[in-house]
Design a binder for this molecule. Structure first.
Ligand code: ATP
Ligand code: MG
Length: 566
């Protein structure tokens, strides 16, 4: 792509470049060569019954990427033909997510419900061709008549109604003359087909339901397998890319577009869903977590809904990189969260300013630094990216350091602060630990040290070397903040979350309340991302953060277990 490729660029024996195409691109290339279509049209058709997740991002990026690559069009369409579960809340969130991901749909929004008239007419056309009939069997009877994988189905006693009778009954179904569930319209295909989907599938049902856009205009609604190919055909979609579970439905898709005699019939192509190892992706499962209040709404940063990833601080560019790295294929596979985290780090490495933040603070007092004085140190915002400029960081006699950067009795290979040891304070001076103070409970509350004025960072000091460098924040100008640390929802070692939530990871959210941040953070705005030196990447929470109470979400730590090309 322009998007999703497992395309690797190779050079063949003659030295010319060979670009391998993924299987979808190969199909499209062929179709174009054979002159089947003039222009490529793809679509993304979410059902507005929940929030989009990282799996949907794959579909959005694939479909919009293909359209872009072939100079075609990408249609964004709400598949809102089933009013029971659909809500306007979901319509709004889905739109926001698709826009945020950067998919270009030209700002036209399609609604499947706009085609209810076309679908009704299509059904009438089938009846007129003798290809559909009204059936009075109950849902249970239809199931019994359907047969099994081993046995053929049995024909409905209503299968041979006349065209006139079917036209009359179907119109009366539409006019509300029959109770819900008393009749259905079925396609007349083949009750002996080895594919159960082809055994006279139901294509219309009676259901008195209020629709979020058409209100109570309709009391009959089309079934998905009938509606979807019509939606595609009406919009001139050429390649209808969907996930593997629809493979067995393709013969029915093809039957519908053939019987309705569309001039340029769309083509369904299936690809494998995106799954993440040990992470809850399905809409149904996420919905349950939200409803059971295990998480704080659909955008809880522990989820992988698009809105949760956005709130956590993940960038659309990182999601795109991750989807491209995962590739497109017809075989189901599971991707690793570590790969997404790798993409996030790669994307933010150069973009984010690197500031100092102490998450679990303890006081460090420099006994030989003059009381009441302070100085400003000039520091680069990102050592790898000069464009992000410089800032001044204040330094004085009292600082905060991380509790874990001091130990009374250190093990071997501990190079940070302990009595008698010298370390570098990042961007500042060398300090040597001289003493520490404990409270009644034996907890260390203050560490004392002396500094060496000759060792100022940037002064060209070439004297002693030290093994440890720690970060710090000036106590006099520190900004208070809450920092939220996230881990996987499922306890380590387990693959799925138990229904009774007994293996929920108790540390999936750890909230650190008294964090001390350097002054430069004081004008951090919701949604802004930073690197906290030595900790990871963090984002100002868009819901709970305010000027007097900054709240940060950890996007990802700096440690990585993923190696590209692994
Ligand atoms: P879920 O599987 O989470 O319940 P869904 O398939 O019911 O989601 P839809 O709104 O029907 O959600 O999906 C819209 C489009 O997104 C469909 O074309 C569907 O195939 C695709 N899609 C859904 N889940 C994934 C996934 N994990 N990976 C790739 N595409 C997906
Ligand atoms: Mg679905």
């Amino acid at each position: 792509m322009a998007g999703l490729d497992n395309n690797s660029d190779n050079i063949d024996e003659n030295g010319s470049e060979v670009v391998s195409r993924n299987f979808i691109e190969q199909i499209i290339d062929n179709d174009l060569e054979e002159g089947k279509y003039e222009k490529i049209v793809t679509r993304f058709p979410p059902e507005p019954n929940g929030y989009l997740h990282i799996g949907h991002a794959k579909s959005i990026i694939l479909n919009s990427g293909i359209a872009k690559q072939y100079n075609g069009t990408f249609n964004f369409r709400f598949d809102d033909t089933n009013p029971t579960k659909e809500k306007t809340e979901f319509v709004d969130s889905i739109l926001e997510d698709v826009r945020w991901l950067g998919a270009d749909f030209g700002d036209k929004i399609y609604y499947a419900s706009d085609y209810f008239d076309d679908m009704y007419e299509a059904a009438v056309k089938l009846i007129n061709k003798g290809k559909a009939y009204v059936c009075d069997l109950s849902a249970d009877e239809i199931r019994q008549y359907r047969g099994t994988l081993k046995e053929p189905g049995k024909e409905s006693p209503y299968r041979n109604r006349s065209i006139e009778e079917n036209l009359d009954l179907f119109e009366r179904m539409k006019n509300g003359e029959f109770p819900d569930g008393s009749k259905v319209l079925r396609a007349k295909i083949d009750m002996a087909s080895p594919n159960i989907n082809m055994r006279d599938p139901v294509i219309y049902r009676i259901a008195r339901m209020e629709h979020h856009r058409t209100g109570d205009k309709w009391c009959i609604y089309p079934m998905y397998d009938f509606a979807h190919p019509i939606e595609d055909a009406v919009e001139g979609v050429t390649h209808s890319l969907c996930t593997l579970e629809f493979e067995d439905h393709r013969p029915l898709y093809d039957w519908v577009v053939k019987e309705l005699e569309y001039e340029f019939p769309p083509k369904q192509i299936e690809f494998a869903k995106l799954y993440l190892q040990n992470v809850i992706t399905g809409k149904r499962y996420i919905k349950k977590l939200v409803e059971d209040k295990i998480v704080d709404g659909w955008d809880d940063p522990r989820l992988v809904t698009i809105s949760a990833l956005r709130r956590k601080g993940v960038t659309p560019e990182a999601i795109r990189m991750f989807i491209e790295l995962s590739g497109i294929s017809k075989a189901n596979s599971v991707s690793d969260m570590a790969m997404l985290e790798y993409c996030i780090r790669e994307d933010l490495r150069m973009k984010a300013k690197r500031f100092m933040a102490v998450i679990d603070p303890i006081k460090l007092v420099i006994d030989n630094y003059p009381e009441g004085e302070s100085e400003l140190l000039e520091v680069e915002n990102n050592q790898e990216n000069e464009e992000l400029g410089k800032r001044e960081v204040s330094f004085s006699r009292e600082l905060y350091i991380e509790r874990e950067d001091f130990m009374e009795e250190p093990p071997k290979k501990y190079f940070r602060l302990f009595p008698g040891n010298e370390v570098r304070l990042k961007n500042a001076y060398f300090v040597t630990c001289t003493d520490y103070v404990k409270d009644e409970s034996g907890k260390v509350v203050e560490v004392h040290c002396t500094y060496d004025p000759a060792t100022k960072s940037g002064s060209g000091f070439e004297g002693r070397k030290v093994k440890g460098t720690i970060h710090w924040v000036d106590a006099g100008t520190a900004v208070d903040a809450t920092v939220r640390l996230y881990e996987n929802l499922i306890a380590e070692g387990d693959e799925v979350l138990n229904d009774d939530y007994s293996n929920l990871n108790p540390n999936s959210l750890v909230e650190m309340k008294n964090c001390k941040l350097e002054e430069a953070f004081s004008d951090a705005c919701p949604g802004e991302r930073y690197q906290f030196l030595r900790h990871g990447f963090f984002c100002v929470d868009s819901k709970d953060s305010s000027q007097d109470n900054l709240v940060f979400n950890r996007i990802v730590s700096l440690k990585s277990s993923y190696k590209p090309g692994k």
